[in-house]
Design a protein around this ligand. Structure first.
Ligand SMILES: C[S@@+](CC[C@H](N)C(=O)[O-])C[C@H]1O[C@@H](n2cnc3c(N)ncnc32)[C@H](O)[C@@H]1O
Length: 307
């Protein structure tokens, strides 16, 4: 089960209670969502969105499960009875940039809170076989939803120009040696098409030589994933559309995991006139949480309230 990041802070800012409605726009393993739902008994509803078909299918199964669910967050364990959430959880497989249309279609209003917990879920890393991590030998695909998306990481690596690759690794990965890496990719792909994660790992290692650090692998993989899923543009659109559907005094909470994302959220919050910023500085997990959940390491949480 995915351990939800900064769960207590999310719950504190949302103040879920009966009759309130929330949207978890990146429901993933449902860690945040099920806790929110359990606090909105008996009348509150939750609309869960995810691009990943598996994520939605797994949650649909939970909905129909007979036995009680135990939700763990750090040392806290809460219990949820599937029968009590069954009719209050609506699941939609779609891109959160379409949140306005999704809400309209499902007649979901008023919306008291929207959560965006960006990036990858543990499940996508561990089980999707889409090449999200350099720690597994898989095909470099990286699409959140292969049915609705065409561009793959393999296409980027074999078709983009050296300049385009350099730009992506620099902008989306913050990689200092992006030029060297791009150079080697272009050279190596002439010999053999780059398809597998381990091929890319070898190329990165070769291009950096004694400057190699495992962080460069993480940066390049992150950059490819962001490009494949057009994540930054999608985030901008999702934020704007989220604000349009939020009820007055409704809150938007965004959890981001790298500087590119956080910058977009910060600027959006600053530039939006009818949004009151509730977190002057982003909230970050304490040492204890990071020790228990390494995914929390780079998390930053920002909250805004619609005026
Ligand atoms: C960090 S996980 C969410 C984890 C969740 N909060 C939990 O507690 O289990 C992010 C999820 O967002 C989904 N996702 C990423 N981009 C998306 C998008 N544009 N629209 C909808 N879902 C997206 C991913 O498929 C992934 O399941």
């Amino acid at each position: 089960m995915h351990v939800p990041v900064l769960l207590n802070q999310v719950l504190n800012y949302f103040e879920p209670s009966s009759g309130k409605n929330y949207i978890d726009a990146t429901i993933g393993g449902g860690g945040h969502a099920l806790s929110i739902l359990s606090l909105t008994e008996p009348n509150g509803k939750l609309l869960g969105i995810d691009l990943s078909e598996e994520a939605i299918a797994n949650l649909a199964k939970i909905k129909n499960q007979k036995s009680i669910l135990r939700l763990r967050s750090g040392l806290m364990v809460s219990k949820v009875e599937p029968s009590k959430i069954k009719n209050r959880l609506i699941l939609v497989c779609d891109n959160f940039s379409n949140i306005k249309e999704i809400v309209k279609k499902n007649n979901f209003s008023p919306v008291h809170g929207i959560l965006l917990d960006l990036g990858l879920s543990t499940d996508l890393i561990e089980n999707s076989k889409m090449g999200f991590t350099f720690m597994k030998q898989e095909i470099l695909d990286m699409r959140f939803n292969p049915k609705t998306q065409d561009l793959t990481a393999t296409m980027i690596l074999n078709q983009y120009s050296k300049e385009e690759l350099t730009e992506i690794f620099k902008e989306y990965g913050g990689e200092r040696f992006s030029h060297r890496i791009a150079n080697m990719i272009v050279k190596e792909r002439k010999q053999e098409k780059i398809i597998m994660t381990d091929q890319l790992v070898k190329i990165i290692k070769k291009s950096l030589g004694r400057y190699f650090h495992v962080k460069s692998l993480a940066r390049v993989f992150q950059a490819l994933r962001i490009e494949v899923n057009n994540e930054l543009e999608v985030l901008k659109k999702g934020l704007k559309n989220s604000l349009d559907i939020l009820a007055p005094q409704g809150r938007i909470i965004v959890l981001s995991y790298h500087s590119g994302e956080d910058r977009i959220v910060k600027n959006f919050f600053k530039q939006t006139e009818n949004l009151k910023i509730l977190t002057k500085k982003p909230i970050i997990p304490d040492e204890q949480e990071i020790k228990e959940n390494s995914r929390a390491r780079s998390a930053k949480l920002r909250v805004g309230e619609k005026m």
